[in-house]
Ligand binder design. Structure first.
Ligand code: OGA
Ligand code: MN
Length: 223
């Protein structure tokens, strides 16, 4: 697929509501939601162009665990990440879009999503992320995980699928190819998942909506 958009096409008004509604329904009924080619073309185009211009130096080895207890663990994950703070236009557009998704989900599912953190991720050939959960029960913090893929012409033999498992049985629920424009959302505490080894460069955005865990002696500002 050649990802070229004309100005006219890119500037057309895109109605997010049908996708948001589907996502809310899926999440309410099954806890996860997967939609190929569902994002606004202008958003995708911006993110795709931006990720092409990023240099290897902007990506840093990803850690596991909380920020104050970060561990680098080659066995668990090998990808590199770059946190999105809204400094680039693409980052801003992405954060605006995810904020409108957050508003929609809060209005329709009463999830109480309070903040959002996200990063670009780059898996070089051979990189993977072993089975893990994005949040743990009782540490209610990350509530909803969101992943968007930015790889054109991804083929079966390129590997790098996201595999989502049932929590109790550890049975595989679904395998998702990281194809351009596919969006995945799932409840962070409910679904173990992994990224199978990629056989070519694999680019994505992973993000997490969090609830407010502020206490009397703790402030929990959005990142
Ligand atoms: C993660 C993750 C999935 C993917 O970054 O925590 O599980 O498909 N990513 O990139
Ligand atoms: Mn994960």
């Amino acid at each position: 697929m050649n990802v070229v958009f004309t100005e006219e096409f890119a500037s057309q008004q895109f109605d997010d509501e049908p996708l948001f509604e589907l996502m809310a329904t899926n999440i309410a009924h099954q806890g996860y939601s997967i939609h190929p080619n569902a994002l606004p073309p202008s958003l995708l185009n911006n993110l795709y162009q931006y990720v092409q211009t990023m240099s290897d130096g902007q990506f840093k080895r990803a850690g596991i665990g909380r920020e104050d207890n970060l561990m680098l663990n080659n066995f668990v994950r090998k990808d590199e990440v770059c946190w999105i703070n809204g400094e680039s236009d693409a980052g801003k557009i992405w954060l605006d879009w995810s904020a409108s998704l957050q508003r929609y989900l809060n209005q329709h599912l009463f999830l109480g999503l309070f903040s959002f953190e996200s990063h670009f991720a780059h898996y070089s050939p051979g990189d993977y992320y072993k089975k893990h959960k994005d949040a743990f029960k009782g540490e209610a913090n990350r509530v909803l995980s969101l992943v968007v893929y930015l790889n054109s012409d991804w083929l079966q033999e390129d590997g790098g699928e996201l595999v989502i498992y049932q929590d109790e049985t550890q049975e595989e629920i679904v395998k998702v190819m990281p194809s351009f424009g596919t969006i995945v959302a799932f409840l962070s505490e409910e679904f173990p998942h992994e990224v199978l080894p990629a056989h070519r460069d694999r680019y994505s955005i992973a993000g997490w909506f969090r609830v407010n865990t502020s206490g009397i002696d703790k402030v929990d500002p959005p990142r």
